[in-house]
Write a protein that binds this ligand. Structure first.
Ligand code: BJW
Ligand code: ZN
Length: 275
């Protein structure tokens, strides 16, 4: 298999003619906003055992611990801003729409930074830190309160060594309708993705004629198979990452470097080409 190209001019010419662009994103796109990734240096899963925090079994065993972790993540992300990569994608989407073309962001991220940058119609494969679901009646609602409940105020990150949690279950967030225990509206390991989100994703992938895959290690399924599947169908796929991933060899382009630099460069050139 030939090596992926890093020829920006070639990528730009693809961008000029594409009509249905899909942008797949992962934690690396938010790294330069100051939000930790999962698997790289400083990554959350390097510090914390994922099975103790991001599985339905973990929540059943210790909901206070899981809430402390997600409360901390909510607070961190609320204090951060979208970066130049999020903004360049939002601007590109607007421009393409004015030309009768479309750009759809399909993200694994739960930080809402694409929305906050102004991108519309974002598909959030793994949910959102700012949505909550009742474990009893299954009602889902938005909650951007800081803190989400008084008992979690001033709690920092859980101690990765002890993973102790002090908040009593009755003081955790509860459903305003039925009073059941609430949980983060996040897709944990071993849980199925929302079938409506997956159906919509499939529709966009089916009609996509150019794909950008930005800041993901491409190890978590099903998201990890989307870009290689498109490439196998002959769709040009460009990876933007600080390092190569398990998917790189199957893709048409690889642009090495921080997304906040490489993505605006790639999309800005597209805009000036059009004038
Ligand atoms: C930069 C940068 C910069 C840094 N610029 N780049 C085979 C088939 C199907 C399923 C499975 C399978 N094998 C195993 C499974 C199950 C599992 C899975 O995939 N496990 C893998 C670890 C192998 N998948 C699931 O359980 C999923 N559900 C499912 O498949 O249901 C069916 C099923 C049911 C029952 C049993 C089995 C299957 C659900 C997955 C849910 C993932 N949830 C998490 C946590 C919740 C969200 C949260 O708390 O925030 O989602 S895990 C975590 O990983 C998070 C992320 O969305 C996800 C992906 O991580 P991402 O975004 O790629 O981040 P990193 O850190 O890994 O990578 C960052 C990248 O950025 C790196 O490449 C850096 O180089 C780069 N980077 N700085 C550009 N400045
Ligand atoms: Zn309820």
């Amino acid at each position: 298999m030939s090596r992926p190209s890093s020829d920006l001019a070639s990528f730009r010419s693809r961008l000029k003619t594409a009509r249905h662009i899909v942008v797949l994103t992962g934690a690396g796109i938010s790294a330069e906003s100051g939000i930790p990734t999962f698997r790289g240096a400083g990554g959350l899963w390097r510090k914390y055992e994922a099975t103790r925090l991001a599985t339905p079994q973990a929540f059943a065993a210790n909901p206070a611990l899981v809430w402390e972790f997600y409360h901390y993540r909510r607070e961190v992300c609320l204090s951060k801003e979208p970066n130049d990569a999020h903004r360049a994608i939002a601007e590109c989407q607007k421009r393409l729409a004015s030309e009768g073309k479309d750009l759809t962001v399909i993200t694994q991220n739960v930080d809402d930074l694409h929305h906050r940058a102004g991108t519309t119609g974002v598909l959030q494969l793994h949910g959102s830190l700012y949505r909550v679901r009742c474990t009893s009646c299954k009602k889902v609602w938005d909650d951007r309160n800081s803190p989400i409940c008084e008992a979690l105020a001033d709690k920092g990150a859980p101690d990765p060594d002890t993973l102790d949690a002090e908040v009593a279950k009755e003081d955790l967030p509860h459903c305003p309708t039925c009073g059941g225990l609430a949980r983060p509206h996040i897709v944990w390991f071993g849980e199925n993705l929302d079938p409506k989100v997956l159906d919509a994703t499939q529709r966009y992938l089916d009609e996509c004629d150019l794909c950008l895959v930005i800041g993901t290690s491409s190890v978590v399924y099903p998201a990890a198979m989307f870009a290689p599947m498109l490439a196998a169908r002959g769709v040009p796929v460009a990876e933007f990452n600080i390092e190569e991933t398990g998917a790189t060899a199957a893709l048409g382009y690889h642009f090495a470097g921080p997304a906040a630099k490489t993505v605006p460069e790639a999309l800005k050139a597209f805009e000036s080409n059009e004038q």
